[in-house]
Design a protein around this ligand. Structure first.
Ligand code: E1O
Length: 390
């Protein structure tokens, strides 16, 4: 007997399960690499198997099993269909490019590969709006707002170290909304200028970190000035990276025949790396190495901060990762090493992830294929990089 499948888009859930109610189902689906339960659909409405339905929907599968044997491997459920691409790389909009342009490319780094280890950089600057990993969070958050009442004519506001503000401004412009971006004192020039170019308003402050801006953002949004996108708490940030960044790495490892033996990255909201951690701990087992970089002590590395400053998904969902303190100097040394051997200019946060990986390798070697998420390009951090060259 075979399994009957129906498109998830054709089903309406009888109620919504939150991300938190769905996590165990997501973990099970990833662990098994298959679904072993049917979604019960009655007149187009999902009556039973809501957990499986929401897990598959959140992971971006196209079909759900609805009858027969009720067992199907993920591939047969259109699980990787998100990455089918666009013929000729021709797109109807920047948003279309952002979504159907995925996966972002992965490049082997000669500067970090050695012996039985190959290190792959996943280049998130190939996202079109902010040229950074933050496009995915902004897009997914705005999609959520569009689904619950629309965004046209509205103002979408948030605090950002720079990249998320640009991404929010770009996606908002496309959907006829306006962004309002609150920046800390150490924001980058591009973070002050590009959102304005995209029609956003920018509030420049002398507050020293993005999280410390939140009380003001929450106060202004509760006065009804704007809708708070809330990259630090909105679960759509985490979900975007579960469905995209993490699943992309999974997909890319499969098609390239990699022996995936670890993933490294850096943390700001923790959206992307908490999702990567949850995904691969579920899929590969709790011992799968996930290596995270945080800035040492009081040092500032653009876009990232220390775990103890509070990151919802990292503290509540992610477990068993290895966290390394990385200095700005070490980050910039890593940026230089990649630039001089591979000819690629990665961001300081990408350098931090590589420095954390290097530290991990000194403590316990890894063989096989390790993916390092590079959130951004070095082209945006000229002042910092030119100082490092002196
Ligand atoms: C890494 C990250 N590298 C760069 C960021 S501070 C939040 C955010 C912003 O407002 N920047 O732009 O947030 P997540 O942990 O997924 O990514 C860390 C250059 C960044 O800009 C995040």
């Amino acid at each position: 007997m075979s399994t009957l499948m129906e498109p998830i888009d054709s089903m309406k859930p009888s109620r919504e399960l939150s991300l938190w109610e769905t996590l165990d189902y997501i973990a099970k689906v990833l662990r098994e690499g298959a679904v072993e339960e049917c979604v019960e659909v009655d007149g187009g409405v999902v009556r039973g198997g809501l957990g499986v339905y929401w897990a598959l929907r959140r992971l971006g599968a196209r079909y759900a099993p609805t009858g027969g044997e009720c067992r199907a491997p993920l591939e047969e459920l259109g699980y990787y269909h998100d990455f089918a691409g666009a013929p000729g790389r021709v797109y109807s909009s920047g948003v279309d490019l952002l979504v159907r342009g995925l996966p972002t490319p992965m490049v082997m780094l000669r500067s970090y590969s050695r012996g039985g280890l190959r290190v792959w950089a996943k280049l998130e600057w190939f996202n079109p709006f902010s040229l950074s990993v933050k496009d995915k969070a902004a897009y997914y958050i705005v999609e959520g707002l569009r689904a619950s009442g629309g965004v046209g004519g509205r103002v979408l506001g948030d605090a950002s170290s720079s990249n998320f503000g640009v991404a929010l401004a770009g996606v908002s412009a496309y959907y006829g909304a306006r962004a309002k971006v609150y920046l800390p004192a150490n924001a980058e020039d591009f973070g002050r200028i590009i959102p304005r170019l995209m029609g956003a308003s920018v509030v420049e402050t002398d507050v020293e970190s993005t999280v410390r801006l939140l009380p003001r953002v929450i106060r202004d949004s509760s006065r009804g000035e704007f809708v708070h996108a809330n990259q630090f708490m909105n679960d759509r940030n985490f979900e975007a990276h579960l469905r995209y960044t993490a699943k992309e790495i999974d997909y890319q490892a499969r098609v390239a025949g990699l022996k995936l033996s670890g993933v490294a990255g850096s943390i700001g909201t923790s959206g992307h790396m908490a999702a990567v951690n949850f995904y691969f701990k579920s899929r590969m087992g709790p011992g799968f190495p996930v290596i995270l970089a945080q800035p040492t002590g009081e040092e500032s590395i653009p876009g990232i901060r220390r775990a103890e400053t509070g990151m919802i998904w990292l503290s509540l969902i992610a477990q068993g990762y290895s966290l390394y303190d990385v200095s700005l100097e070490e980050s910039l040394e890593a940026v230089m090493r990649v630039a001089r051997v591979d000819g690629l200019a990665v961001s300081p946060s990408g350098g931090a992830a590589l420095a954390a990986l290097e530290r991990h390798l000194e403590e316990q070697g890894i063989e096989g294929d390790v993916v390092v998420v590079v959130p951004d390009t070095g082209f945006k951090y000229l002042a910092l990089i030119s100082k490092a060259l002196k």
